[in-house]
Design a protein around this ligand. Sequence first.
Ligand SMILES: Cc1ncc(COP(=O)(O)O)c(C=O)c1O
Length: 375
Amino acid sequence: MSTPYRIHCLVPDLPTPEAVLPFLEEMHENRWYSNFGPLVKRFEAELTAFLGRENGAEGCHVATFSSATTAMELALKAMKLPAGANVLVPAVTFPATALVAMNAGLTPVLADVDLESWELTPDIARAALAQGEYAAVIPVAAFGRPVDPAPWVAFQKETGVPVILDVAAALGQQDIHKDLTYCFSLHATKPFGVGEGGLLVSSDEAMITLSRSLSNFGFQGPAGVVLEAGTNAKFPEYFASVGLVQIARWYEVSERRQAVLDKYLTGLKKAGNSIVLQQGTGDFIPAVFPIYMPGKAEKLVARMDAAGIQTRRWYLPPLYDHPALGHLPYADKTSDMPFAGCEKLRTGLVGLPFHAFLSDEDIKEICDIVAGVYV
Ligand SMILES: Cc1ncc(COP(=O)(O)O)c(C=O)c1O
C-alpha cells in the first residue's frame, strides 16, 4: 500500500487467493460466472444459516446484489412507495442512504441524530412524523453499531410506516427481526468483506423476489420478459467464491477485531472521560472506530497526520453540506437548530485506525496521541 502513512486507518481482512481457488475452479468447471449460479445460491443458503445461528434470523429470505446501494435502491422500488414520497434518513451517514431514495424516485428528508448512539432513533422519527408525512424510514447502523430492532418493530406497528434498516457495516453484529427489512454491504472495507456486494434480508418473500428480478433487468418468470423496468445489479460467482470462504473464517476475523478493540478500550482509559465512545461500544465490535472529542477533531487529525497515522472523518460533512444534497428538505421544520446533534458531532468525530493488522505498539502510540490532545 503506497501512501504517506505508516499506520493505515482501514486494512481489509479478506481470504488469500489460495483459499478461494477451489471455488474458482468449481466455477470454471461449471462454466457459470453470473446470473444466480450455483455458488451464489450456496452463498445465499449459507448466509441464511449464518444469520439464523448468529443473529436470530428466522423465516427470512436472503438475496445478493452488486452492492448495498443497489440492494437498497431496488428494495425501495419493490416496496411500491408513491412517487416522490418522503423517506426519513439521518443527516450523518454515508451518502448512499440518501442517494438510494433519490435513485428510487423518492425524496430523502434529513433528520438529526442522537448524541449518544450517533443514530436516527425512533424518538427522532416520531417527532418527524408529527410534522410531516413519510412513506418509509431508513435508520442506519452508524459505523457498524447494531440497531436494536425491538423499538423499530414497535415504531413500525404503531405508525404503519415501513422501516428499512441500512445496516451496511453491521453484518454478523446485527440482530434480525422478521418484521424489518435489512440491507448489508459486502464491500472490501467492511468487516465481512468480499470485494463488492450487498444483501437484502427480509421475511417479505414477494419483495425479495421482485428486488431480485429488478437486479436482472426486471425479467420475471420462465418467459424471459421484462415485467417491470429494472437494472443490472447481480452478484457474480467470483464474489460468491470469496464469500463462501469469508463465512468459514468469520470467527477468526471477529476474534482479531475483538482483540484490537479490547486493546483500544484499555489504552484509551489514559485519556479519561474526555473522549466519548459510541453508546454500547464493547458490547459490539464496530466496523470502523470513531471517537468523539468535542471541539478537538481538527487538532487530533493534525497530530495523527504529523505522526504518519491515517484517520478518517467518516460520515462528515453531514449530508446537508454535500453540494448535490444541500437542497434536500429537513424533517424538523420548527427548530432554529434542526441538526443540533449533527453539528456537535462534526466538531469532534474522528475515525481512528481500526483493523486486524495493528500491533500493540501502534495502538499504544495512537492512544498516547489521543490522550495528549487535551494536554
Ligand atoms: C451506512 C452505509 N450505507 C450504505 C453503504 C454503501 O454500501 P456499498 O458500498 O455496498 O454500496 C455504505 C458503505 O460504506 C455505508 O457505510
